[in-house]
Design a binder for this molecule. Structure first.
Ligand code: NAD
Length: 260
């Protein structure tokens, strides 16, 4: 997975999964751009690993266009910026719905559109989207988030169909529960984790680096015949319908389940 001579853009690259991805791409030789909100100080964050930073709101097409205009040519785009609001379906306000959809779904649409406008004339390029296990399931209190992540799969499949003839690939990772500030409150509650992790065959949550490995694989030439697909990075969670871990044969400590 060699990215020497390639340029990569990572949206939401100043924190969590995006930051781990930007760092990994940089370590593999890519010239990396971190696109993130101004308050996350993307220039400062990126400079720490000799990458570039640009302030953006992915929900605002003009701001995203201005950032892409600063990047000479682009080989890899990771559409990763995302946000979450926890509310039941009945309690979700129109404003909350619009906010989550505009960042997580419209933001990905804009990013993919701009990436493709640069990649199609080059007849090459690779786009990776950060979807979620929530693209498939109906976790409570996450109506807008679940809808946005399911919608990303619609973009994925259509774009793969349209971009394939131009030699441009597009794929998505579907992370399960990953320890980032988005999920920090859950990780701070051992009781909640114990119940959540019952359904994860690996018995634990994931790290941003474990998702970054999958993103960078899909972005790389090692995935040259892979497009239009999703890669679950969930410790087996989507394969576990009835729960994997019970007190009869396992103990929960140190933020994970262990076989006795
Ligand atoms: N953490 C998890 O368990 C998990 C699971 C599945 C999917 N995801 C997805 O992974 C992606 C990254 O999330 P994370 O967990 O690393 O969280 P994070 O909060 O650490 O990172 C998200 C980044 O997106 C940026 N962002 C948010 N709104 C933006 C906007 N309008 N314009 C530009 N940047 C914006 C934030 O500033 C932040 O840097 C998200 O799309 C999230 O939905 C996370």
């Amino acid at each position: 997975m060699d990215f020497v001579g390639k340029t990569a853009v990572v949206t939401g690259g100043a924190n969590g999964i995006g930051l781990a991805t930007a760092r990994l791409l940089r370590s593999r030789g890519a010239d990396v751009w971190v696109f993130d909100r101004e308050q996350e100080k993307p220039e400062e964050v990126a400079a720490a690993f000799t990458a570039h930073g640009a302030s953006v709101d992915v929900a605002d097409l003009q701001s995203l266009e201005a950032c892409f205009a600063r990047v000479e040519s682009v080989d890899v785009v990771v559409a990763n910026a995302g946000t979450v609001i926890y509310h039941s379906l009945s309690a979700t306000t129109a404003e909350e719905w619009n906010r989550v959809i505009s960042v997580n779904l419209t933001g990905v649409f804009y990013t993919v559109q701009l990436a493709a406008s640069r990649m199609k004339p080059q007849r090459k390029g690779s786009i990776v989207l950060t979807a979620s296990t929530n693209s498939y399931d109906g976790e409570v209190d996450l109506t807008a988030y679940n809808a946005s992540k399911a919608g990303i799969l619609g973009i994925l499949h259509t774009a793969a169909n349209e971009f394939g003839p131009y030699g441009v690939r597009i794929n998505a990772v579907c992370p399960g529960l990953i320890r980032t500030r988005l999920t920090e409150s859950l990780f701070n509650s051992p009781r909640a984790l114990k119940e959540y992790f019952r359904h994860i065959p690996m018995g634990r949550g994931g790290s941003p680096e474990e998702v970054a490995n999958a993103i960078v694989f899909l972005a790389s030439d090692a995935a040259s015949f892979i497009t239009g697909t999703t890669l679950l990075v969930d410790g087996g969670q989507m394969a576990s319908k009835f729960g994997t871990w019970t007190e009869e044969r396992a103990d929960f400590f140190g933020d994970r389940w262990w076989l006795r």
